[in-house]
Write a protein that binds this ligand. Structure first.
Ligand SMILES: Nc1ncnc2c1ncn2[C@@H]1O[C@H](COP(=O)(O)OP(=O)(O)OP(=O)(O)O)[C@@H](O)[C@H]1O
Length: 297
């Protein structure tokens, strides 16, 4: 279990992370979402033990993360801008990883060499941007860490490699309870892979929830009524309402059946009820805090 309790981080006089608490269960995939500059990378660097918190706690299974060498042997942090010993080849890097990570898996390294088809004797700085990211995953997945922290991990990867890597991550989560934290702006991807999400804004967590519970909690209703006569919606928890032509669009929090029967009772001429996508929930939450201003849902 990764536990963050009341974490604060200040750079010079700017507070970037304020009183953040969250927990990530072993064997789960946690998606960290947020606006630009929200503090995601900073929080991930703190969780990876690279940055010290000003106050608060960062622990894995009860042990402090910061500068903890034993824990570092069990975790991998793939940064947004990949830092590599770029004069080295994947083969030379593999030697370094083999010595650093006790759980290094030679068989997986060889298997991925075949499936990715990369030359292990070519200097990393000679690879393309996407290929460098492939090398990073090649090494990271071969190290078989207990915890993987990924900052915008799939940027620049083609669809085929993306799928291969995502299935390997899911396999490691299912088979050996690897714990994964992913920060990404690609909400479709987060929705596909993560089971838990946290939304960070201005250094604080706005919302943290199991993704299925979250999606089951909000519903989008589109309805049109005879002569444009809108029924009384006040018995429902309508968190957003807008009108486009003759169609009313509502975002309603609550039980799907209850919402359906309330709207159906008004005999709508058009009625459609959909779950919100993660992107819509994210935009709705951002509107709630004044970040997104237009009616964009
Ligand atoms: N080393 C640093 N020194 C000073 N300020 C920093 C430093 N690192 C980050 N910041 C500031 O912290 C804030 C959060 O930055 P961070 O990179 O964590 O955001 P982010 O959520 O990852 O953003 P993005 O989605 O745009 O990548 C920004 O205002 C940034 O300028």
């Amino acid at each position: 279990m990764i536990e963050v309790r009341n974490a604060m981080k200040t750079f010079q006089s700017e507070t970037v992370i304020r009183d953040v608490s969250l927990s990530v269960r072993n064997g789960s995939i946690y998606g960290l979402l947020g606006s630009n500059g929200a503090g995601k990378t900073t929080l991930l660097r703190m969780m990876a033990g690279i940055l010290r918190t000003n106050s608060g706690e960062m622990k894995i299974d009860g042990e402090d993360i910061f500068e903890n060498n034993r824990l570092k042997e069990t975790m991998i942090f793939l940064q947004d801008d990949l830092y590599f010993f770029s004069q080295y080849t994947p083969k030379q890097m593999a030697r370094f990883y083999r010595e650093t990570y006790p759980s290094w898996d030679e068989e997986r390294y060889a298997g991925m060499k075949q499936s990715l088809g990369l030359d292990e004797n070519k200097k990393i700085n000679k690879f393309s941007k996407g290929m460098k990211r492939q090398v990073a995953f090649w090494l990271a997945l071969s190290a078989k860490p207990e915890v993987m922290i990924l900052d915008e991990p799939f940027d620049g990867l083609d669809a085929v490699v993306r799928k291969t890597i995502k299935s390997m991550i899911l396999e490691d989560v299912a088979e050996r309870s690897m714990t994964v934290i992913i920060s990404s702006h690609n909400l479709k991807e987060v929705e596909d892979i993560c089971d838990y999400i946290g939304i960070l804004h201005n250094g604080t967590i706005l919302l943290e929830r199991d993704i299925d519970d979250l999606k089951g909690e909000f519903h989008k209703v589109q309805a049109a009524f005879r002569k444009g006569k809108e029924p009384d919606m006040s018995p429902l928890d309508v968190v957003h309402r807008e009108k486009r032509g003759s169609v009313f669009i509502y975002i309603v929090r609550g039980e799907k059946d209850e919402i359906t029967s309330h709207v159906q009772a008004a005999h709508p001429v058009v009625f459609d009820q959909l779950s919100l996508t993660l992107e819509e929930i994210f935009i709705y939450e951002m509107r709630r805090v004044g970040y997104a201003k237009d009616d964009i849902i």
